[in-house]
Design a protein around this ligand. Structure first.
Ligand SMILES: [Zn+2]
Length: 264
């Protein structure tokens, strides 16, 4: 596992001095990226920091793909997200929706106050998505910033290769994809012998995928996944984890280049 800040210190905005930030050139084009994820239960086999590890791994690889002169900065990871779907399961540290909304808004307002014009939230936790979708518009309206939501593995670089139809539909949490990525980037944190098959069979029976299904009900993990896992972690494979990471970085790098050039 790489240390994101040390590996990309030249793009870590808080390593600059106040004066350097004040006098930065290219603020018109520069993108400030806020990575956000979660600390939440990820079944018996993955650390509760899984989404945060994935956000940092994929961002690190993405930054490595960008031309050195592209004006891209990143802020420290916000590891706390909205994870109340995992309420009652040990290791979950969630913010209330209101607090998460307000935190994102205030970070966006600070990006604007510092003279930047482009702000991107890089999200690696499904439970944060709906909030980010509406908050970016609120930030846009309040500050005039150009604001973007980048939902990696949720809408960008959605993993398909090597996955069954079932896993693509129901494998949304601590299943094959996340386990594969962690087996690749930090196998020392994975308890592979404890990895369950957590395919949510009762959802399959009523044909209701956990997101975006026609009957979109407010599930809690404890209602539908006794192991805390939605998906099959037993089929995970570190080589596919590497593929998912490199695909994620390639697609994110393209998005970030588009953001630098973006105009209405
Ligand atoms: Zn996760």
């Amino acid at each position: 596992m790489q240390n994101l800040i040390e590996a990309h210190s030249q793009r870590f905005l808080p390593y600059l001095t106040s004066r350097q930030i004040d006098e930065l050139e290219d603020k018109e084009k520069a993108v400030v990226i806020l990575p956000v994820a979660s600390i939440e239960q990820h079944g018996p086999h993955l650390p509760v920091y899984t989404d945060s590890i994935i956000a940092q791994e994929v961002l690190g690889r993405t930054l490595s793909l960008l031309p050195d002169d592209l004006p891209v900065w990143f802020l420290p990871l916000l590891p706390y997200g909205k994870s109340n779907e995992h309420a009652g399961l040990a290791g979950t540290f969630t913010m209330k929706s209101e607090v998460f909304i307000q935190t994102l808004k205030e970070i966006g307002e600070n990006v604007a106050r510092n003279g930047f014009r482009r702000f991107a939230i890089l999200n690696a936790h499904g439970g944060n998505s709906e909030i980010i979708d509406f908050v970016i518009r609120d930030i846009r309206e309040a500050t005039g910033l150009l604001v973007f939501g980048l939902h990696v593995y949720l809408r960008i670089a959605v993993p398909q290769s090597g996955l069954t139809e079932d896993e693509m539909t129901y494998g949304i949490h601590a299943g094959d994809v996340e386990t594969s990525i962690l087996l690749h980037c930090c196998p020392e944190l994975v308890h592979k012998d404890l990895a369950p098959d957590g395919t949510p069979h009762q959802l399959k029976k009523i044909n209701t995928p956990p997101f975006m299904g026609p009957l979109n009900f407010a599930w809690l993990t404890r209602d539908i996944a006794p192991t805390g896992v939605l998906g099959n972690a037993q089929t995970a494979d570190p080589q596919r984890g590497e593929t998912y990471l490199s695909n994620g970085a390639t697609e994110l790098a393209e998005m970030i280049q588009k953001i630098v050039e973006f105009e209405f």
